[in-house]
Design a protein around this ligand. Structure first.
Ligand code: SF4
Length: 578
């Protein structure tokens, strides 16, 4: 089964801007209660999450009990000037997140109303955007929803026609044609947003290409409903679904190819859950390929793949330091990484709840089993480290305890940085340090070896790979992290700056790997490990959600940089022996 995700699926610019505005405000505003004028977006799941963050949607300004201590965010749809006036008079502080494209339509209406035009708005009567636009007509405008409504527009001296930004282009053209029959000199503006047009064009071509389409988004979202209608008009089986739960009752058997698109107010995490579910059901023509791919995805989901990666990095770490290979040290790294990842996921899964990625439901379903496996792995890692040296055991015990403290509340009350993990970037940093210790420092300590330049190279190599992989996941999860109030590096400094920072770090690693054998810090293996750097560089493209892969595949591909280290070691050994 082929699965294709529309490039245009998910938040449009205006919705993203409005959601970001509200989340920014909620992050920095401590004194005032935050309200939105109507639900911020037409997506019940996101509204629920905003409610959990203390952001309340109101229908009327009178619902605000203490206006002086309130802050009201105007959503992307905008509001009528009369409503704005009332809000201002109430004393509530306004933050305007009206989409600039909606603002443009408002400006057209305002100007033409002042010039005595009758403004005709083609749109859904009940839609809040249309309600706001109509307010700019000073009560002299007309709303036209159907072709019948358009027929009824009489001949007038001055007519201006605009559309709701999310109207169907063909429908608007028809409406304009009908009105122009009696009003040939009508001034017409194509105010349909380009993002809507592109989304509609893409769903039409997807419908032509695929056997079935899933349109994801709130059942109350007009633009999502319109997308589903457009797809149905192409005679393609179309399902309008809100969450992954509905997908479970649909028989996918008859479809060889499935397209997925989503409305302008559908968050990425819902789209991801759906593409992940579809990817799981994906049947592959070749049984061997299917088995291998499913095994790989299962290893990624269960964190066995990370553990395998830690083993590969420990192997590279020992060779970079020129110390004798130890299977016990490789096993310590694998067991420790497995234990820490699973325990961490079990803690964060509960917080993430319904917003979680492909891993959360899986982990929560088998919570006891994973908990047991994690503690057993930690115990095995500690016992194995004892076979090396007491110092190795002591260091491992210390970082294990630090892992526990990392998630604990250290400061009383609801302080912003009450836990170590609340410090922006701390997850990336501490994870990378822990990996660096178990793959570079512990193997040397186990053998009674001292600090060396090779150890520094091995530590930096692991640290950079793990730090970048972890930060890349944060870039991908930026939207949901913001909703959950997590302050990750991309949430604080933005996607572009994070990517630039990661690229600089990667280039520094590249320089160290090239210089290391020349300076005599480590063997020529470090040159072979440049392969990992090149691979990670290619992976930067995966940070773009529209790469079209499922969440599990993207995570697996990012973690493959560790496995490549293992292959680089093999290549180097073959090169040395030949
Ligand atoms: S669909 Fe277009 S006009 Fe409407 S909020 Fe999104 S970007 Fe703005």
């Amino acid at each position: 089964m082929e699965i294709k995700l529309a490039k245009t699926a998910g938040f449009c610019m205006g919705v993203r801007r409005a959601v970001d505005t509200v989340l920014d405000v909620s992050q920095h505003e401590t004194g005032r209660k935050i309200y939105t004028y109507g639900p911020l977006i037409h997506n019940p799941q996101t509204i629920e999450l905003l409610k959990n963050r203390g952001i309340t949607a109101i229908k009327h300004i009178d619902e605000i009990a203490d206006p002086k201590n309130a802050l009201l965010v105007i959503r992307a749809h905008g509001i009528a000037p009369g409503d704005r006036r009332k809000i201002k008079e109430s004393g509530v502080k306004i933050i305007d997140a009206t989409c600039p494209k909606v603002g443009y339509v408002q400006a057209i209406i305002k100007k033409h109303t002042a010039l005595d035009y009758t403004v005709v708005i083609a749109g859904d009567r009940e839609h809040p955007e249309v309600d706001g636009l109509w307010g700019y007509t000073e009560g002299r405008g007309v709303i036209v929803s159907t072709l019948e409504d358009a027929e009824k527009i009489p001949a007038m001296e001055k007519v201006c026609i605009v559309a709701q930004t999310t109207q169907d282009s063909d429908h608007y053209r028809e409406i304009v044609r009908k009105i122009q029959k009696k009003n040939p000199r009508a001034v017409v503006f194509n105010t349909i947003c380009s993002s809507t047009e592109k989304r509609q064009e893409e769903i039409i071509s997807l419908a032509a290409e695929m056997d079935a389409l899933f349109v994801v988004g709130g059942k109350n979202s007009a633009n999502t409903r319109r997308l589903a209608d457009l797809a149905r008009k192409q005679n393609t089986t179309t399902f309008h679904i809100e969450t992954v739960r509905e997908l479970k009752n649909i028989d996918l058997g008859p479809y060889k190819s499935i397209g997925v698109s989503a409305g302008a107010s559908t968050p990425n995490w819902i789209i991801d859950q759906i593409t992940d579910h579809l990817a799981e059901k994906k049947s592959r023509p070749n049984k061997k390929t299917a088995f291998l791919l499913n095994l790989w995805l299962w290893m990624v989901k269960t964190d066995f793949y990370s553990a395998l990666g830690a083993g590969c990095l420990a192997l590279a770490g020992m060779l970079l330091q020129n110390i004798p290979l130890s299977v016990a040290s490789i096993a310590v790294a694998s067991f420790f990484v497995y234990a820490m990842h699973v325990l961490n996921r079990l803690v964060t899964s509960k917080e993430s709840g319904l917003i979680g990625s492909f891993r959360e439901p899986f982990y929560l379903r088998h919570e006891k089993m994973f908990c047991l496996a994690a503690f057993a792995s930690l115990l095995v890692a500690l016992l194995l480290s004892l076979t090396g040296s007491i110092y190795a055991f002591g260091l491992l015990l210390f970082i294990s305890a630090a892992g526990g403290i990392y998630n604990m509340k250290l400061l009383p009350g609801n302080r912003r940085f009450g836990r170590l993990r609340d410090i922006p970037g701390s997850k990336n940093f501490f994870t990378a340090v822990a990996w660096g210790i178990v793959t570079a420092v512990l193997p040397a300590l186990s053998r009674g070896w001292d600090f060396s330049a090779g150890m520094a190279v091995a530590f930096i190599f692991t640290f950079v790979l793990v730090f970048i992989r972890s930060a890349m996941s944060d870039i991908i999860d930026m939207q949901s992290d913001r909703l959950l109030g997590r302050e990750t590096i991309p949430v604080i400094i933005g996607k572009e700056k994070t990517q630039a920072l990661l690229k600089i770090i990667l280039l520094i690693l590249l320089a160290i790997l090239i210089i290391a054998p020349i300076a005599g810090w480590s063997p020529t293996l470090s040159i072979f490990l440049v392969l990992c750097v090149l691979y990670v560089w290619i992976c930067f493209g995966l940070c773009d959600r529209r790469a079209g892969f499922s969440g599990a595949t993207i995570e697996g591909l990012l973690e493959t940089s560790y496995i490549i280290a293992g292959f680089a070691v093999l290549g180097w050994l073959v090169f040395r022996w030949s």
